[in-house]
Write a protein that binds this ligand. Structure first.
Ligand SMILES: NC(=O)c1ccc[n+]([C@@H]2O[C@H](COP(=O)([O-])OP(=O)(O)OC[C@H]3O[C@@H](n4cnc5c(N)ncnc54)[C@H](O)[C@@H]3O)[C@@H](O)[C@H]2O)c1
Length: 101
């Protein structure tokens, strides 16, 4: 089973990754994260050496990067935790929280 976890360097995503690697040591877990102000790679330090874990720095809005990762890893499941989650920031700079086309 291959699981891509987006936003996995954040609070909830990193704990989900720790849980999955512990409960399902045979699963391959790939974290895709943009490492915004909220993401911190040091959070995942304890699993970086795990051969069933990989980190990819990318933006979920980057369709090419996401499709290319899907093509390479062929995930069975994608779990999304990527978010602009700071309410104060959404009030200060709402444009970051809107989809731009
Ligand atoms: N923290 C909580 O207690 C809590 C409770 C319930 C639900 N949630 C929800 O869970 C989700 C995650 O919350 P969190 O507290 O872990 O947030 P967080 O801010 O700690 O983590 C968000 C992660 O998403 C990444 N990210 C942001 N934009 C991205 C993008 N465009 N592409 C790739 N990665 C991107 C950030 O780098 C960061 O690592 C949110 O939807 C939040 O509403 C959180």
């Amino acid at each position: 089973m291959t699981v891509i976890v987006t936003g996995g360097a954040g609070f909830i995503g990193s704990n989900f990754i720790f849980h999955m690697l512990e409960k399902h040591p045979d699963y391959r877990i790939i974290c895709l994260d943009k490492l915004t102000y909220a993401g911190n790679l040091s959070t995942l330090e304890s699993v970086m050496g795990n051969e069933n874990f990989a980190f990819v720095k990318a933006d979920i809005c980057d369709r090419t990067a996401v499709y290319s990762l899907f093509e390479k890893e062929k995930p069975n499941i994608v779990v999304n935790f990527a978010a602009e989650s700071h309410v104060d920031r959404s009030i200060e700079t709402p444009i970051f929280f809107c989809k731009q086309t």
